[in-house]
Design a protein around this ligand. Structure first.
Ligand code: F0G
Length: 350
């Protein structure tokens, strides 16, 4: 039997991570997530389509890849309190790794802007949760200013080599699983960190470079319009970001790869969200489904070369957003407890 997986810092990728022998490993055994072939997307596109299921990470999103590095280094540096701004997943991950490493965490989230599962995570992991009456951008500005003037370490990915280095590992895993880089890599784009890190990962690994296809929600698509959006709107709350902090590197990833950043409507996002669950058995959160919606839109527009190999990052777990799951398609049939009545309700008997 192969040695059990022990997390990114104790994996074959360690030499690529900014740690030293003195760095303690604060890990929940993140990484090594499933790469699943999507039969329905293969059939619909005529391509070889693979789903990188990042919702299988310990806190249910790709954020754990960078957080293990950031929190390990924070403990090495003697930091006591970490802070982040978040649409939800970063806060859940920061809170969990801080708990694991014995640090305090403060998370700044936009009031009413975070899926309930993510708030529950941050609360249970013991983070101090500040609900800011404003946007994600307001949270990030405040978090950066706090870190500049108080003894707290910022663990957002913007300008944070530790977070980006960890997030690059998703590309290493995909290349190792497929034997080479895919032709196209699709992913949702919010603040811009993940498209940047994933592209850097492919470039550094040196085993081929995909076109990077990033997708934003149509109501929160500043990188598509080339200008910030003052009031970003989408029910895919994870990517409700009007002014990405990692703007220029995200655009560079698009341009250097010969890729694109497109917009998809919420209707397209939620259709893809339902199809992934029903047809592939993969429960991803709505923001993740934006990448699938985008792939299908580009296919319809004739921009997807038949026979291409496509990797899609499904960035977060569907369990994080129970309200999205129950918003439609929830149609339970009431029945009394008698088996005969249940059978009648199911239409098994007359
Ligand atoms: N998908 C999910 C599920 C996310 O949580 C995020 C970002 C993204 C995609 C976009 O990644 O920001 O690197 O372009 N979530 C951040 C957060 C903003 O606070 O959890 P990005």
């Amino acid at each position: 039997m192969a040695a059990p997986w022990r997390g990114l810092l104790d994996s074959e990728y360690r030499p690529r991570l900014p740690v030293t022998p003195q760095t303690p490993s604060v890990t929940l055994h993140e990484g090594n997530t499933p790469l699943l072939r999507s039969a329905h997307l293969c059939a619909r596109t005529g391509c070889d389509v693979w789903l990188k299921v990042e919702g299988a990470n310990p806190t249910g999103s790709f954020k754990d890849r960078g957080m293990t590095v950031a929190i390990s280094r924070a403990t090495q540096a003697g930091v006591r309190l970490v802070v982040c701004a978040s649409t939800g997943n970063t806060s859940a991950s920061a809170a969990a790794y801080a708990a694991r490493g014995g640090l305090g965490a403060a998370v700044l989230v936009p009031t009413g802007g975070v899926a309930r599962g993510k708030l529950g995570q941050a609360a249970r992991f013991g983070a101090r949760i500040v609900e800011v009456a404003g946007t994600f951008e307001d949270c990030l500005r405040a978090a950066r200013e706090l870190a500049a003037h108080h003894p707290v370490a910022l663990v957002n990915s913007v300008g944070n080599e530790l977070r980006l280095a960890g997030q690059r590992t998703v590309a290493y895993e995909i290349v190792d699983a497929l034997g080479a880089a895919p032709d196209v890599h699709c992913l949702p784009v919010g603040n811009g960190g993940n498209i940047t890190a994933t592209w850097q990962g492919y470039c550094r690994y040196g085993r081929g470079r995909p076109r990077m296809w990033g997708f934003q929600a149509a109501g929160a698509a500043p990188l598509v319009h080339g200008a910030p959006v003052a009031e970003p709107r989408t029910d895919a709350s994870a990517i409700r970001v009007g002014s990405p902090a990692t703007w220029a590197p995200a655009v560079a990833a698009r341009d250097e790869s010969g890729g694109l950043i497109g917009a998809v409507t919420d209707a397209e996002i939620f259709a893809a969200y339902r199809d992934l669950a029903r047809l592939d058995g993969v429960y991803a959160e709505p923001a993740s489904a934006a990448a699938v919606a985008g792939l299908l839109a580009e296919h319809r527009a004739g921009r997807l070369t038949p026979g291409s190999t496509v990797a899609i990052t499904l960035t977060g777990n569907g369990l994080k957003d129970p309200d999205a799951a129950l918003r439609d398609d929830y149609d339970p049939a009431p029945s009394g407890p008698a088996t005969a009545e249940v059978a009648r309700t199911l239409g098994l008997t007359g």
